[in-house]
Design a protein. Structure first.
Length: 325
């Protein structure tokens, strides 16, 4: 068991992303020695990591150097747009599994104390047979991205059997909050609030009734940090979410309340490969990680909108993105 992160050498792979950037901040607050691997963030924090390895994760030698002497590895790499993975299945599967498999092999070779792997609670389960979805729910992904995440989970379980590798899997809901790029494929909340701020029409796939679980970024990184030091027995897979489902229509309504005006909605044909509802049961994480989300939905949206307004303002280029949901 890892009792504390104080003085621990932690490596965040995918540190330039939304989750990775906030995680580096949280680890620094916990007293860890933080190394970051990946591209530089678009929205950097004032609290930078101790060391930054600015390389692509396909660079095996760079990964090997970054991992040397590391105690705990946080793997938060992810796709900018999971639904796009179905248009290039071979690339989504082969490249993702090759990179993640290499990371796992290097962690074993370097005798890392624990690998925390951020998986996808929104994609690995597929169509819900019941709600909320717990960790025992069947896994039938509808995207190559979800299949790849599930495959990496299986590799970790295999390595536990073969070499007693210490790992933990977090099946994460849809994160949102300040410093989430509204121009990328992921991030329904950020994209919607950004367009609403600019008084642009909101493009919505289908009728807007699709339900998802959204978790505020500070709650998520607290869960990741809690997982890194948790005493584990048999269970090593945990759902991390709010436990509450909200539709895209709900988000639009909430945005209207925050902005005190109507938001235009533009409905498009339903996108293929999407589930109607995904809400996570996080009881296992509550009990075994001693973690609970604390940021209320309205407060999280308000803080996200405040950041978007402060960063972009009314003069930002108003080019259109893909529909938000």
């Amino acid at each position: 068991m890892i009792s504390s992160l104080a003085g621990k050498r932690c490596l965040v792979i995918g540190a330039g992303g939304f989750i990775g950037g906030h995680l580096c901040d949280e680890l620094a607050l916990a007293g860890a020695h933080v190394s970051a691997f990946g591209r530089r963030p678009r929205f950097p924090s004032s609290r930078m990591p101790d060391v930054w390895f600015e390389y692509d994760a396909r660079n095996v030698e760079a990964l090997r150097v970054a991992l040397a002497g590391t105690d705990i590895v946080f793997h938060v790499l992810g796709s900018a747009d999971p639904t796009a993975s179905n248009y290039n299945v071979s690339n989504a599967l082969l490249e993702t599994i090759a990179i993640d498999g290499t990371i796992i092999d290097l962690c074993i070779a370097q005798q890392v104390e624990r690998l925390v792997f951020v998986s996808s609670g929104g994609t690995v389960y597929g169509p819900a047979q019941y709600l909320p979805i717990d960790e025992r729910h069947p896994t039938n992904p509808l995207s190559a991205y979800g299949v790849a995440k599930l495959c990496v989970e299986k590799i970790l379980q295999l390595q536990k059997q073969l070499v007693d590798m210490d790992y933990i899997i977090l099946r994460v809901a849809n994160p949102y909050g300040p410093r989430q790029d509204p121009h990328r494929g992921q991030g329904v909340v950020a994209k919607l609030l950004y367009r609403a701020m600019l008084n642009e029409p909101i493009d919505i796939w289908g009728d807007g009734s699709a339900v998802r679980d959204y978790i505020y970024i500070s709650d998520l990184v607290r869960a990741i940090v809690a997982a890194s030091t948790a005493k584990l027995s048999l269970e090593r897979t945990f759902n991390i979410g709010s436990g509450t489902g909200r539709s895209v229509n709900d988000i639009v309504t909430a945005a209207e309340m925050l902005l005190v005006r109507r938001v235009q909605r533009h409905h498009l044909s339903q996108k293929s490969g999407m589930v109607s509802a995904n809400v996570l049961d996080c009881s296992r994480a509550h009990a075994m990680l001693d973690w609970h989300p604390t940021i209320a939905w309205h407060d999280g949206l308000s803080q996200t909108l405040a950041w978007i307004t402060g960063y972009y303002g009314p003069l930002e280029d108003r080019s259109r993105d893909e529909p938000v949901a």
